[in-house]
Structure formats: structure tokens, C-alpha cells
Design a protein around this ligand. Structure first.
Ligand SMILES: C[S@@+](CC[C@H](N)C(=O)[O-])C[C@H]1O[C@@H](n2cnc3c(N)ncnc32)[C@H](O)[C@@H]1O
Length: 311
């Protein structure tokens, strides 16, 4: 522990005050912006480091990762190098401890998730959305829910656990939807209440509008930049496409319904993001947003989120 940089030790002490790091399955962000050269998330037994530029030799860094992992109550580590913030994955970007698993399980908000190495920058769960997922769980009893940009299904699982009547998980990527099915099955939630749709979110929403299909709640958490597939190869860019998509979502809401909107677009502050959503019309409520493990003093919050309730 003493060989760790003071910033890492302080960050860990802060997490220890708020989270039970003794729980072998728990998930928490251990380093958010305390050290600008990296971020670290713990997923159960594994610490997952996102490494930005560092000047130190790899061997010295690996000793630090090993020591931090043990101090944080985990056993294995993976390091994903984000040389260009992960925009262009290249071989050699990933290293791991000798015995690190390629697939494992961990718990968030009492739900199990399967984590996987080798599938991208993240092992399958964005921890800054934990409190927003808890909000969804509390607001979905008896509701029909549409989860756009579902990824590995986290928001949809929260809705199912919250008692949703029906959940539609939408993602352009069939492998991510298969993963969402695995996560549902792990929690005994792969029931006929859930449907999976591998289609561009914009096409799905347009189709619902045409058919008059409506929802009580919609989660719209797109990537800053995403590529369409199949018959729609149009890219999705938050700054140009989010507003129109949320407007379309409004048209397929039941009276009294809500849209939980969020994004990580670095070009917007929370205020700018909210002004875009407010322009759509209706009232804006704050969403829980990033938990205290995903905030650091002096680091502008990456996650922006709010709840829109159309008039
Ligand atoms: C940032 S992740 C979304 C995170 C997710 N909402 C969560 O629960 O944490 C982006 C996801 O959007 C999907 N995606 C990208 N462009 C899309 C599009 N046009 N329509 C539907 N899904 C898309 C990707 O395949 C990926 O799974």
C-alpha cells in the first residue's frame, strides 16, 4: 500500500468510507479523475484499469496495479490502454494479471452481471449509471418500458426487477443483446416480459410511432458517437441527433410518462445538456446521476442526465 501514490491511497480511503469493499462481488469506481493518467473500476474480484498516457515503464506500472488491486479487496486486474481515448482499438492495448479471468460475475444493486474481457474498452457495465439504474427500478412497477441503446441490458434489468409489465431492449448490436439475455437469465428475469430488438434506435422509435405503440417510460442513453447497421448506416452523434430522437420518444409516451435521458458527450456541460432537453418541451427533473465514486473534485462530471416529463 505504501508504494502507491498518495492520490490513489486517498481515493481508496474515500471509497472505503462509503462502500463495503469487503464484499467480494461488489462494483465500485476506485479512481475517477484523482489521477489524470488513469481510471479504475472494480467489478467483484477484478480491477479494470483504463490507462491514459503514462510515462512509466510497463513493469513498474504493473507492480502498482497489483498492489492497488490487493488494497482494494480484489484479486485480479486488467489494463486497457486508451492511447487515443479508446477511439481506435489496437492489438497490444490490453494486459492482465497472470491468472485474470476472461469472464466473471459481479453484483450491482443486488443484480448479477456477467463481465467479459476482450469485448471493448469496458467489460460490460458502466458504473456511473448505477444510481440512475436504481431510479429506474423504483419507477417501473406495472410500466411498459423501452430501453434504447441497451448495451448489456442494465437499465432493462433494473426495470424488470422493478416490476415492469414489459421491457423492450433495443441495441444495434446483436452480440450485446445476446449478452443482455445472459444477464437477464443470471437474475431469473429472462421471462416473456422482455423483448430484444437488434435495430437502430431511431428506426425502432419511428416504427412504434407508425404503429401507435406506446410506453410509460423510455431510457435514452446513447453513445456520443455510434454507427447504424443494416438498412440504416447513418451515424448517431449526440450533438446533432439527441434532440430529435428525444422529441420522437415524446410522441410514443403514454400520458404521464417519462424519458430518462443521459449521455457522456464531453462537449456539453450538464447545463447545456439540460437546455437541449428543456427545449423539447415539458418539465425537467434531475436524475440521480453519477454516484460519489464517479465524481472527483475539480473534474467536470462526464455523465449528464435528467428526466423529461412532457406536458
Ligand atoms: C454507451 S453504450 C450505452 C450504455 C447503456 N445504455 C448502459 O446501460 O450503460 C452504447 C450502446 O449503443 C449501441 N448503439 C450505438 N448506436 C446505436 C444506434 N444507432 N441504435 C441502437 N443502438 C446503438 C451500441 O451498440 C452500444 O451497445
Amino acid at each position: 500500500m505504501s508504494l502507491l501514490p498518495t492520490t490513489w491511497q486517498d481515493a481508496l480511503a474515500h471509497r472505503q468510507r462509503h462502500f463495503d469493499l469487503q464484499d467480494p462481488d461488489m462494483c465500485v469506481r476506485l479512481l475517477h479523475g484523482e489521477d489524470p493518467s488513469l481510471r479504475c473500476d472494480r467489478f467483484g474480484s477484478v480491477c479494470w484499469f483504463y490507462e491514459y498516457a503514462t510515462g512509466q515503464p510497463a513493469a513498474a506500472r504493473q507492480l502498482l496495479y497489483e498492489s492497488f488491486t490487493r488494497a482494494a479487496g480484489a484479486r485480479h486486474w486488467h489494463v486497457h490502454a486508451m492511447r487515443d481515448r479508446g477511439r481506435h482499438p489496437q492489438p497490444g492495448q490490453h494486459t492482465e494479471s497472470a491468472d485474470a479471468p476472461r469472464s466473471w460475475r459481479a453484483t450491482e444493486n443486488q443484480q448479477l452481471f456477467e463481465l467479459r474481457a476482450g469485448t471493448g474498452q469496458s467489460p460490460g457495465l458502466f458504473l456511473d449509471q448505477r444510481d440512475n439504474r436504481a431510479w429506474v427500478r423504483q419507477h417501473t412497477q406495472g410500466a411498459r418500458i423501452l430501453n434504447l441503446f441497451a448495451y448489456t441490458g442494465g437499465f432493462g434489468l433494473a426495470a424488470l426487477a422493478g416490476g415492469a409489465l414489459e421491457v423492450v431492449q433495443v441495441d444495434v448490436s446483436p452480440p450485446y443483446l445476446d449478452w443482455a439475455r445472459v444477464n437477464a437469465a443470471l437474475n431469473g428475469l429472462d421471462s416473456d416480459r422482455v423483448q430484444y430488438s437488434a435495430v437502430d434506435a431511431r428506426l425502432l422509435v419511428a416504427g412504434c410511432r407508425r404503429k401507435g405503440r406506446r410506453f410509460d417510460g423510455i431510457i435514452c442513453d446513447p453513445p456520443s458517437f455510434g454507427r447504424g447497421r443494416g438498412s440504416n448506416r447513418r451515424v448517431f452523434r449526440v450533438e446533432q441527433d439527441l434532440e430529435e430522437l428525444v422529441r420522437e420518444c415524446r410522441e410514443i409516451l403514454e400520458p404521464g410518462g417519462w424519458v430518462l435521458v443521459s449521455c457522456n458527450f464531453e462537449g456539453w456541460t450538464q447545463a447545456r445538456f439540460e437546455s437541449v432537453v428543456r427545449g423539447i418541451g415539458g418539465t425537467i427533473e434531475s436524475a440521480p446521476g453519477a454516484g460519489q465514486d464517479c465524481q472527483a473534485a475539480g473534474v467536470p462530471p462526464l455523465l449528464k442526465s435528467c428526466v423529461l416529463r412532457p406536458a
